[in-house]
Write a protein that binds this ligand. Structure first.
Ligand SMILES: Cc1cc2nc3c(=O)[nH]c(=O)nc-3n(C[C@H](O)[C@H](O)[C@H](O)COP(=O)(O)O)c2cc1C
Length: 318
């Protein structure tokens, strides 16, 4: 047992648990059906509350070719049943990620989804090239961030631009490639088809919805970026409908459902909507144990749904 694993076990607030239900997403086997959502997991903070190697997958914060400072503060605001954020993809860059965070996660034994961020095709290219021979288990291409001025969401809202980028990235890596879709589009099904036809192995949806809060004392936006991305329970029914619509249109593509999940019951709704796995985001910022708690609740709920559990364990869609 590694030193870190031993440490995690000592601090783990959960009783030991034997996973009974797994899933397969684009050829990768998850020990349970729940991962952490990008930007809401930090090894140094979350490792104090649960053994991160016991999550289905750990999805990292977006990784860019060089360090990015993100947006000016204030970068978050509360909103009814959730939050608005405009962190703006702050991260220490791919070189730092490769020598620091990724080895630490792999040493613990976690399955790692590396979230890839970019302002341009060149940015995405540089990051994917550097990750192609890394220990990352899957890449998640974030073409959907509403808080960056170039790239990000604009790539994810134009099927032609998206298709060109994903076709190009497909030539750079054999790793399973997830494309993370934006809800800020007119027709999610058209965008999903463009990603899959261009070579995506799986889709994750959704990223945050554009929103804002205003300070009524000043009459000005609370967030320095003015607008940000809304996440948390408020977006749950919206995100669920996106997963359902894409599943109806594309029966075979693995889907990771994201948005407003804070309980095993909500995660289960995603599975019935057509997801093969889920990720827990903002809930972890309010309660750091949320991803592990949701994973355990879902494991229990699947005991009484053997038909659904068996399909997902084989990597089949519902
Ligand atoms: C503070 C914060 C930072 C985020 N950073 C990223 C990111 O770097 N890359 C990304 O693809 N999504 C990012 N997201 C979006 C989440 O991964 C997720 O898609 C979204 O919050 C919806 O899920 P939730 O309602 O469970 O939070 C971020 C979300 C939050 C709240």
């Amino acid at each position: 047992m590694s030193e870190q694993t031993e440490q995690a076990e000592q601090m783990n607030v959960f009783e030991p648990h034997e996973w009974r239900h797994k899933t397969i997403v684009a050829g990768t086997e998850w020990k349970n059906l729940v991962g952490t959502a990008s930007g809401t997991f930090q090894l140094d903070a979350c490792g104090d509350y649960y053994d991160v190697s016991q999550m289905g997958a750990i999805c990292t914060k977006g990784v860019s070719p060089v360090p990015w400072e993100g947006n000016p503060s204030p970068r978050t605001a509360e909103s009814p049943s959730g939050m608005v954020n405009a962190v703006g993809l702050q991260n220490p860059g791919v070189d730092h990620y490769l020598i620091d965070e990724l080895p630490r996660l792999k040493k613990l034994g976690a399955m790692v989804i590396t979230n890839v961020a970019g302002h341009s095709d060149e940015d995405y290219t540089q990051v994917v090239e550097k990750l192609a021979d890394s220990e990352a288990d899957m890449l998640e291409i974030n073409v959907s961030c509403p808080n960056v001025s170039h790239g990000g969401m604009s790539v994810g809202t134009d099927p032609v631009v998206l298709s060109r980028l994903i076709k190009h990235l497909r030539t750079l890596t054999d790793k399973p490639m997830i494309v993370k879709l934006s809800p800020n589009v007119t027709d999610i099904v058209q965008i999903a088809h463009a990603a899959v036809d261009a070579g995506a192995d799986a889709l994750s949806l959704i990223n945050t919805l554009v929103g804002m809060r205003i300070d009524i004392n000043t009459g000005k936006p609370i967030i320095a970026n003015r607008t940000g991305g809304v996440s948390g329970p408020a977006i749950f029914p919206i995100a669920l409908s996106f997963v359902w619509r894409v599943r109806q249109a594309i029966p075979d593509i693995p889907i990771i459902g994201i948005g407003g999940i804070d309980s095993g019951e909500k995660a289960l709704e995603y599975l019935y909507a057509g997801a093969n796995a889920v990720e827990v985001g903002a809930a972890a910022l309010f309660d750091p144990t949320a991803p592990m708690r949701v994973a355990r609740e879902l494991d229990d709920l699947l005991d009484s749904r053997p038909e659904l559990a068996a399909k997902l364990a084989k990597g089949q869609t519902w």
